[in-house]
Design a protein around this ligand. Structure first.
Ligand code: KG4
Ligand code: ZN
Length: 343
């Protein structure tokens, strides 16, 4: 391969409830199609059995759409990249099997991708309007399934320095929202109601977790007890105080995240902070990071929202860097529901 030759990667993501396929030309995303599965809304959370069925229905049309939008023919593809894990086994199996078949049929290399690495390397998707982080940096990945702080020294040299011991931060938002009677996923709704609320009105205890780890399950319980106690006295308590309750919950969660980030900066001496995952859409975390830029001299990076939530573009960028360094896999590969980014 000469330097000038273009690399075209078709990337597949199916770890949870989004079926996504992207086509990349080198580090540029030409198309990134995401089919979100609405079905789970009725159940108040992701139902694994329904998720894998929906992936099976979606994967072929989503792939065709991604190729069409990119205006790329299958024959032009250099390799197939796919999410091997972590995630829901039934969901991962659909993407893994499909990727293996496609690579076999087209006789092109196969590249396995760790979903958590992909959330971090999403920052290296080319975007004229945004700078890419420089190594080393700290990555905070916050979503409905993950909460991690990772020290990133190079594309494939990462070290987890903190993570949740129970619920993910997105779950903390969603479960709190459920207690308040808000529909799933409630994170964006808490954010919306928090906008006009008083974040100091109610106080919720912050968990005491050592080092850089997190715990969110206790917060959910204390919110539940608080709401039960108040509604027993005033049945309309939630309605009358929704904005202040949401603002107070959000402030508590953001404080927990920022405290750990500050600790991580202190421990590592690294002031480049990159965040990813669906919760990075939260206006509270965004303004806390902006404030930290001015106050502590941090440099912060937030990718476009389309690359923050689960998407195949981020799988493709890992595929591109693995392609360049010759990291391919064979047809014997299997999906891995538990898959650490350092394994
Ligand atoms: O990355 P993502 O789309 O999927 C995974 O969970 O992997 O993240 C979804 C999570 C949900 O928990 C959702 O409530 C949360 O991100 N979320 C938010 C906001 N937007 C999405 N949480 C708080 N504030 C938001 N604005
Ligand atoms: Zn994810």
């Amino acid at each position: 391969m000469t330097e000038k030759e273009n690399i075209y990667i078709l990337a597949i993501e199916s770890s949870c409830d989004d079926t996504s396929v992207a086509v990349l030309q080198n580090d540029t995303v030409l198309s990134n199609v995401v089919a979100s599965q609405k079905i789970h809304k009725e159940y108040g959370g992701v139902v694994p059995e329904l998720a894998s069925r929906a992936h099976q229905q979606n994967i072929v049309p989503v792939t065709n759409q991604a190729l069409a939008r990119a205006n790329i023919d299958k024959k032009q593809l250099s390799a197939i990249a796919f999410t091997r894990g972590p995630g829901l086994m039934g969901s991962l199996l659909v993407g893994t099997s499909f990727a293996k078949s496609l690579s076999l049929a087209l006789n092109i290399p196969l590249i396995e991708v760790n979903h958590m690495q992909a959330h971090i390397l999403a920052h290296f998707i080319k975007d004229e309007s945004m700078a890419m982080p420089t190594f080393p940096f700290l990555a905070l990945t916050i979503s409905g399934g993950h909460t991690q702080i990772v020290e990133v020294n190079d594309y494939f040299d990462m070290r987890i320095i903190g993570q949740t011991l129970d619920d993910a931060v997105g779950e903390a938002f969603d479960k709190s929202a459920k207690i308040l009677g808000l529909p799933y996923p409630g994170g964006p709704l808490i954010d919306k109601h928090a906008l006009n609320g008083d974040p100091t009105r109610f106080e919720f205890p912050k968990p005491k977790v050592k080092d850089l780890d997190f715990s969110f399950s206790g917060l959910k319980t204390s919110i539940l007890y608080f709401i039960q106690k108040q509604t027993a006295k005033h049945p309309d308590f939630i309605n009358e105080n929704l904005e202040d309750i949401c603002a107070s919950i959000q402030a508590t969660i953001i404080n927990i995240l920022m405290d750990k980030l500050k600790k991580a900066v202190k421990q590592t001496g690294i002031k480049n902070i990159a965040i990813g995952g669906g919760v990075s859409a939260n206006s509270g975390i965004r303004s806390a990071l902006k404030e930290a830029e001015n106050k502590f001299g941090w440099t912060t990076y937030i990718p476009k929202f389309e690359f923050c939530t689960d998407n195949a573009g981020m799988i493709g960028i890992v595929g591109y860097h693995k392609y360049k360094s010759g990291q391919f896999t064979d047809q014997g590969i299997t999906a891995k529901a538990r898959y650490s980014l350092t394994s």
